[in-house]
Design a protein around this ligand. Sequence first.
Ligand code: UTP
Length: 478
Amino acid sequence: MSRFDSLRSQLEACGQSHVSCHIDQLGTDAAEALMRRIESLPLAELPSLIQQFVLTPPACTGGDLQPAQCVSVDSRRVCESVSLVDESSLRLRGESMLVEGKVAAFTVAGGQGTRLGWAGPKGTFPASAVTGKPLFRLFAEQIMAAQQKWGRTIRWYILTSEINDAQTRAFFLDNRCFGLDRRQIMMFPQGVMPAFDMKTGQILFESQGELAMSPNGHGGSFAALLSSGAIDQMEGRGVEAISYFQVDNPLAPVLDPVFLGLHADESLSSGEFTSKMVSKTDPGEKVGVFGSMNGRLGVVEYSDLSTEQAQSVDDSGRLRFAAGNVAMHIMSTDFARRVATAGQDDLPWHRAVKKVSCIDPQTGDRHVPDEPNAVKVERFVFDAMGIATQPAILEVSRSAEFAPIKNATGPDSAESSKQMQSDLYGSWLEQAGVSVPRRDDGGVDGAIEISPLTAMSASDLEHVELPSELTRSGNFTC
Ligand code: UTP
């Protein structure tokens, strides 16, 4: 049987025969590219995946949910579901991991960033409040500062996708890797999945020779870490812990000793998969929360919480389901390998209903939908916590660590993030004795930026020459 005939019969068997019926109308190169794309699809798995995740609306998962047990280093945060842990011993433990070179940074930057609408990889977006440094530069500066502090080269792994990999690489080269050694950075693309017609489950075409593909979610990290050779490389260099964060949070601490110490503390964690959370500000906040379902920890989407669950409070008046996921995790290299090999099928697919412009491959007619017409499927990294034996969750301060840039305007936009960055750095300056102007709502009046190379925390400002006060509505950077 020829290669084409074999593909055609496989497509027929999985109910996708339309994908091959016009291949003979394509030029040789386009036909070859399409055949290669088809061969890369998990064809045998498609029928059940489509039945379960594309054609069937998901069942609500929040039913028998219990609050997740978390820990904090701040006694003011202690409540029914948050217990106190000792900061200094965790910090010491994490610092020794850094000094011993056991930690690598891992940024997931393979998303499409459709809500932000920036013409380029999200990591190239100008994010800092005064000088507009791109997100990638801010993380590079953190890595540089950590190298100076711990005296070790810190390896940086970056997940891209086939859509933004070349642009991301070019951006790093154009910027001379922001002063880092090119050899300490490894980029690798994640997998992709086709978009499906939401009524029929048929794979959609972007153009006559191309399927409509998109990245397979940040849960694709595990497979990509393994297939790229990143895990082998880490293990070869003595890296035991991977510090995972998203590209769109300029305040994400790339390497946090306390968090690392918690991950490594056998009495608190199995050292497989450890997460951070911030308390939800109000019941309606659109953030997934950590919770336990049938004894298994996971993250429940805000839309899956009933109003009653979202609003329920404990004896101290705190929201019971308050542990908001901020997408910062530490995973051991062993665990990442295990999930990528044996556990991948335990990571469920999640469906996202989208508008996808597509063509009829036979006629070439384009359909630009007004209403959602397609389902994209993604895996989520946090589903791996259900595979770990004893995942630990650390509560951290939202104002210190979380200022995401997701949207072009409004909440979680560049504007709101820059205000949060200025508010944080303003509070550091105040702790150092600088008078910082504030508005009636308490926010800093002006834009403030402190490079990670100058200070990684308020106490690092002790030896920095600072003005006694800042001018109202002005800019300050150091
Ligand atoms: P989001 O869920 O915010 O998605 O990703 P996005 O693609 O960036 O933006 P929208 O939804 O299209 O507007 C959260 C983080 O996970 C990464 C993103 O790059 C971002 O850092 N991510 C997301 C991946 O690396 N791969 C994916 O397939 C999806």
